[in-house]
Write a protein of this length. Structure first.
Length: 268
């Protein structure tokens, strides 16, 4: 019994020593566990909102993960001159991808997924940090978290959306904006962009994306070109646009009801 205990202790010690050595190759603020968690969150976000869709900007991302739901994948963590990536070395050459990680406010997050055809695919030499593995889970509602910093982001977003509504109500289609429902879709505090949905009195759903800008601790918002979908709820339940729309408004962090002057936190 004593020998078994010693062996187990030695194995745990060796594992910890190996992980410590691997993490010494990582830039400050990064850990292997944080990288894996960040990739899990990124994959879940992609699958939750875009699963089964044919949207041009998300299609290849989804294909890369959908086939592995419920399976364990291998990961090779790489350091490209201080920039951290992860690759699944078991992927076929024409299906390989690189997940790119960043650090913001002490949070490690996956910023994007790159493919060999992308100009941003790194060409320089890299150092292997470690090999690990993770499970691709069934998509579920994301956990966005809360923080004082995120509260500032929410306030900046609402300020922008109120100005957006004022502009719309003074435009050519003002009557359609008299009684609208607004949904500020939830987001992570490391996100650079977010969006809202407005449902007009004529049933048209308006997608309003925007960009967060931070300057000397002050957060502001700049608009991005959006689009509208007529009679959204007349689309088939499995239509990609409707799936994303329904999941996003369900995940709203703030809601503006008809005739209301306030953005309220939806009930849990």
């Amino acid at each position: 019994m004593l020998l078994v205990s010693c062996t187990t202790t030695n194995q745990a010690s060796e594992k910890q020593e190996t992980q410590t050595k691997s993490e010494s190759i990582l830039p400050a603020g990064y850990t292997l566990d944080a990288i894996k968690a960040a990739l899990q969150n990124y994959i879940n976000d992609q699958l939750w909102y875009n699963s089964g869709s044919n949207h041009e900007n998300s299609g290849q991302n989804i294909t890369a993960f959908e086939k592995n739901i419920g399976q364990n994948i291998q990961l090779e963590i790489r350091n490209y001159n201080g920039k951290i990536y992860a690759i699944n070395p078991k992927e076929k050459k024409d299906e390989e991808w690189l997940a790119y990680f960043k650090l913001k406010n002490g949070i490690v997050y996956c910023d994007s997924l790159l493919f060999p055809k992308d100009s941003a695919w790194p060409q320089e030499k890299y150092e292997v940090v470690d090999y690990t593995q993770m499970d691709i889970q069934e998509p579920h509602q994301p956990n966005y978290g809360d923080s004082p910093y995120k509260d500032k982001m929410v306030a900046a977003a609402i300020n922008y959306l109120e100005k957006f509504l004022i502009d719309m109500k003074s435009g050519e289609q003002a009557k359609d904006w008299d009684h609208v429902q607004g949904y500020l879709v939830n987001f992570h505090e490391y996100d650079d962009t977010a969006n809202a949905w407005f449902i007009k009195s004529n049933g048209e759903a308006v997608y309003v994306p925007f960009l967060f800008i931070e300057n000397s601790g002050t957060i502001t918002v700049d608009g991005i070109t959006g689009y509208s979908v007529k009679k959204m709820m007349d689309k088939a339940p499995d239509d990609p646009d409707r799936v994303m729309f329904e999941r996003q408004i369900h995940d709203a962090v703030k809601i503006k009801a008809n005739l209301s002057n306030k953005w309220e936190t939806p009930p849990s």
